[in-house]
Design a protein around this ligand. Structure first.
Ligand code: ADP
Ligand code: ZN
Length: 515
């Protein structure tokens, strides 16, 4: 027998198989932990190169690396990418008709990587199959799905633990792009990874300029027209994607839309056209962008509140992967917050607390007068500097007003008028503007009638948005405002309310690049 060739070193494999000159960020550290058999949870932002962290060890280690991944489409993309560099990879899913062949290759030890969905991986049949060959590693992709605190909990992921523990000697590597500190601890706990096995890569994307703005929907096309290059606009419904794309096209910019209701071929064509274009705007639901390789996306606009800070980071992170300046601009409305809070009621009680914390984190991101990058990075457990110099608030510091007293007046007006009137009416009451309706209702007789000065009146609308964002008021379907959440504490004067108001003489949108 010929002597066993020494296994190649990680950097050999990196150069020869993957063709990369160097490891990026955390990759080297994660790879060496995996090769040393240490259980690891790698938290790395989208685009940081997570796949390499298990693909490279899979090439070096004896046996097959089992990759657990939640989306069949993603598995197939990754398999093709691995295959292209000569890694022996296969998927075992309901969408594959070559399952028998895959199983026999696996049994014969001819696979470096085998991708499976969690529900299959946790089944008894698969467990028996695993005993027939040597398993090098379990890689659990999108590991936040195991946590109820994560933004995409999938019960199937909970079934993985018994499987992992059945093969306790096989190293495990969990990977995710998005996890706040709380979710991070939970993932490690759920998957049996020790505290010191949690590796966190830096989340900062310094070339992305963040901005958030309370805006009416009519402002989207004008904003997009001012942003050069190819970009993505995320809208919340299929209907909106089509409407916004039409509005953008009217301004003379090329625009396409993309959503799940389209014919697969039409959708694939739109995606291909976007990927190859340098100035196309893609208006899409959030399904768009996952697994798309387009490094020169110059902007991501959110036309409406994202689902969570995690989703926001991931979606906005599709901008500027080439490292050149890019913009992430979020347009939100008070109604977005009301709807987000209403959706909480549809959740099972045990999940509400986590979701509520998610909405609160978003409200903080949009309301802050300070650095938005700092808010994002702190959310991911980092300790960033107070100011980044590359977000709307750092570039154009808003005026901060103490609105504690004004909040009490506004909430009292809502309360005394029966918690059924919208801002237009409440403003009239507070500023003492009499009309027939006010007199008929007797609202000119209330103690809150005319207690707000002209100067303060300009702050009422932004204040109402801020109070809705933090959940102290909620609007009904007719815009009527009701007290909620912390409203009582605010009325008692137990809470300080500060609001940030963009300086009125500065018409420049903070998210617009300087050119
Ligand atoms: P993630 O899953 O973290 O979003 P991927 O694994 O898809 O990221 O990798 C993102 C891109 O980075 C891919 O195009 C990949 O080929 C590339 N990449 C990964 N590692 C390196 C490296 N060390 N040097 C250069 N490019 C890399
Ligand atoms: Zn900043």
């Amino acid at each position: 027998m010929a002597s066993v060739a020494p296994s190649p070193t990680p950097s050999d494999v990196l150069h020869r198989i993957f063709g990369f000159p160097e490891f990026r960020g955390q990759q080297e550290q994660v790879v060496s932990r995996v090769l040393a058999g240490q259980r690891t949870l790698a938290i790395m932002p989208t685009g940081a190169g997570k796949s390499l962290c298990y693909q490279l060890p899979a090439v070096i280690m004896d046996g097959t690396c089992i990759v657990i991944s939640p989306l069949i489409a993603l598995m197939h993309d990754q398999m093709r990418a691995a295959d292209a560099v000569g890694i022996r990879a296969a998927t075992l899913t309901s969408a594959d008709d070559n399952r028998a062949e895959t199983i026999s290759r696996f049994r014969a030890g001819e696979l470096d990587l085998l991708y499976v969905a969690p529900e299959r991986a946790s089944g008894q049949e698969f467990r028996n199959l695993l005993r027939e060959t040597k398993i090098a590693l379990f890689a659990i992709d999108e590991a936040h799905c195991v946590s109820e605190w994560g933004h995409d909990f999938r019960p199937d992921y909970r079934l993985l633990r018994p499987l992992l523990d059945d093969f306790a000697e096989v190293p495990r590597l969990a990977l995710t792009a998005t996890a706040d500190t709380h979710t991070r601890d939970d993932i490690a706990e759920q998957l049996g990874i020790p505290h010191d096995g949690v590796m966190v890569a830096g989340f900062d994307r310094p070339n992305i300029r963040y901005a958030a703005e309370a805006a009416p929907n009519s402002g989207i096309a004008a904003l997009v027209k001012s942003l050069p290059g190819a970009g993505i606009v995320y809208a919340q419904t299929r209907d909106r994607t089509e409407k916004i794309a039409a509005q953008i096209a009217e301004t003379g910019r090329k625009a396409l839309y993309y959503h799940a209701g389209m014919e697969p071929q039409t959708r694939a064509r739109a995606q291909a056209e976007f990927v190859s274009s340098e100035d196309m705007v893609m208006v899409a639901t959030v399904a768009f962008g996952m697994g798309i390789d387009k490094p020169d996306v110059r902007f991501v606009v959110h036309a409406g509140l994202p689902k969570s800070i995690e989703s926001y980071y991931q979606e906005s992170g599709r901008a500027g992967r080439d490292g050149d300046p890019a913009v992430a601009h979020m347009l939100w409305s008070a109604g977005d917050f009301t709807r987000a809070r209403m959706r909480l009621n549809e959740l099972p009680p045990e999940r509400r607390e986590a979701e509520l914390a998610r909405v609160a984190a978003l409200s903080y991101l949009v309301e802050t007068a300070g650095c938005r990058r700092a808010v994002l990075l702190r959310h991911f457990g980092e300790s960033p500097p107070e100011s980044c110099g590359n977000c709307d608030n750092c570039l154009n510091a808003p005026d901060v007003h103490d609105a504690t007293e004004l909040s009490r007046k506004l909430l009292s007006a809502a309360y005394r008028t029966g918690q059924m009137f919208g801002m237009g009416h409440l403003e009239k009451v507070l500023t003492g503007s009499k009309d027939d309706r006010i007199t008929q209702l007797g609202h000119d007789q209330l103690s809150v009638f005319g207690i707000v000065s002209k100067a303060e009146a300009a702050m009422l609308k932004p204040l109402s948005r801020a109070l809705q964002a933090r959940g102290a008021m909620v609007a009904n379907e007719h815009g009527g405002l009701k007290l909620a959440g912390d409203a009582r504490a605010i009325m008692r004067g137990d809470q300080n309310i500060q609001i940030a108001i963009v300086k009125p003489d500065n018409k420049r949108r903070a998210g617009r690049p300087d050119n």
